[in-house]
Ligand binder design. Structure first.
Ligand SMILES: *[C@@H]1O[C@H](CO)[C@@H](O)[C@H](O)[C@H]1NC(C)=O
Ligand SMILES: *[C@@H]1O[C@H](CO)[C@@H](O)[C@H](O)[C@H]1NC(C)=O
Ligand SMILES: *[C@@H]1O[C@H](CO)[C@@H](O)[C@H](O)[C@H]1NC(C)=O
Ligand SMILES: *[C@@H]1O[C@H](CO)[C@@H](O)[C@H](O)[C@H]1NC(C)=O
Length: 362
């Protein structure tokens, strides 16, 4: 090993130790109405925005269980979350007063107590359409995530019985967060020529998923809109030209999809008796943070913190990126080439849930 790399590693180690003690921003859980009890558990489905480390447990290189990922996570652990710290799924659980961290379902150290308050089935590189989930890297497709949920139900029934299990399943909140890969991949595969037909087909996958989840007993389901994926650092670098502007056609696809997603959910809710389907408008919330970073306490919104911030993510955001990474990721809207920082996730989740609270507890 070259002596300078050893020096680098030492400085990295001390720097990480320092960061471990950096405080996570204080969270104020949602104030629930007086006559409402907190949900008993949360269940998470989706892609790398919410994958808590499921991808560590099957063969794929689409992972993030190595430094500098996780550098402000409690204990400084790189759990497989594509973040400097926690994920929207963790803040989702915190806001509902359920727990601080929602663990990956495939984590072998999961206990039955962890399971009773909810688990995370998400998998990085997931898309609504199966071609997306197998395009570059294998991911657990939405159907596979539902299979795992079915397995979860069997295990919990064996541990705490039929009645308690069905209470947990019906009195929990569910969170589905995916879609960006479908829109970033659209231009890679060039297989689809009709954008409107494409967004229609993705919405029908989303609708199929919600129907299946309902039939398994879920009632209150939050669905995140597609984010403004054209404004992520990596697509800006790849297709944003010299000035790295947001890629408008990717954003336009996301906007078209989101409008259709929202009207599908409005139409579906009365058909699924007793359901609450809550649309979370991640698109405009995140876009506002990107366009007005200073209003939210950020300094940089067009580059990630990891490495040069222009493209590094997953295996490319690694210990060799650390000397070039920013010191304070809480001042960055993005942590890596495709993923917001913990600070962004926390702000977005708090604001989105504050706005939609009355839909969860009408
Ligand atoms: C809680 O109270 C509000 C206002 O009084 C009422 O509209 C709502 O139905 C109540 N919710 C429950 C779950 O009892
Ligand atoms: C694209 O698909 C939509 C249906 O989603 C259809 O109405 C429209 O005619 C199609 N356009 C073309 C050019 O094929
Ligand atoms: C990191 O950035 C955040 C947001 O800009 C700021 O509030 C915080 O004080 C900074 N921390 C350090 C150690 O500079
Ligand atoms: C929640 O919404 C209320 C009313 O819209 C607002 O006054 C409050 O500041 C918001 N809280 C957060 C944490 O966004």
């Amino acid at each position: 090993m070259h002596p300078s790399s050893i020096v680098h590693i030492f400085s990295i180690v001390s720097w990480c130790l320092l960061l471990i003690f950096q405080n996570v921003r204080r969270s104020n859980a949602l104030i629930l109405p007086d006559n409402v009890t907190a949900p008993s558990a949360v269940f998470i489905f989706g892609d790398s925005i919410v994958d808590a480390g499921n991808n560590n447990h099957f063969l794929t290189t689409c992972r993030s269980n190595f430094p500098p990922y996780g550098r402000i996570f409690p204990g400084g652990v790189a759990t497989g979350r594509f973040s400097d710290g926690m994920l929207p799924s963790d803040f989702f659980a915190q806001e509902f007063g359920v727990k601080t961290i929602v663990p990956a379902y495939l984590d072998p150290s999961l206990t039955i107590d962890d399971m009773l308050t909810g688990v995370n089935f998400a998998s990085a590189f997931l898309g609504f359409i199966s071609e997306t989930s197998t395009y570059k890297y294998p991911a657990l497709s939405l159907d596979l995530q539902l299979e795992l949920f079915r397995e979860y139900i069997i295990k919990v029934k064996a541990a705490v019985g039929e009645q308690r299990t069905s209470d947990i399943i019906s009195q929990s909140v569910y969170f589905l967060c995916t879609g960006s890969n479908d829109f970033i991949m659209f231009y890679d595969t060039k297989k689809y020529t009709n954008t409107s037909a494409y967004t229609d087909s993705i919405v029908s996958y989303a609708s199929g998923f919600l129907n299946k989840l309902y039939s398994m007993g879920a009632r209150t389901v939050a669905v995140g809109s597609a984010p403004p994926s054209g404004c992520l650092p990596w697509p800006r670098t790849e297709r944003g030209g010299f000035f790295r502007t947001c890629v408008q056609d990717i954003n336009q696809l996301s906007i078209d999809f989101n409008l259709k997603l929202q009207s599908m959910m409005t139409a579906l809710q009365p058909q699924l008796q007793g359901s609450k389907l809550v649309y979370l408008d991640i698109y405009y919330q995140l876009l506002d943070v990107i366009q007005n970073p200073h209003e939210y306490g950020f300094e940089v919104s067009d580059r990630g913190c990891c490495g040069t911030g222009l493209f590094e993510e997953g295996p490319l955001c690694n210990i060799f990126s650390m000397p070039y990474s920013c010191k304070n990721s809480s001042a960055y809207v993005f942590w890596d080439g495709s993923h917001p920082s913990q600070a962004t996730y926390q702000i977005c989740v708090q604001r989105l849930l504050n706005k939609t609270k009355s839909q969860f507890f009408p």
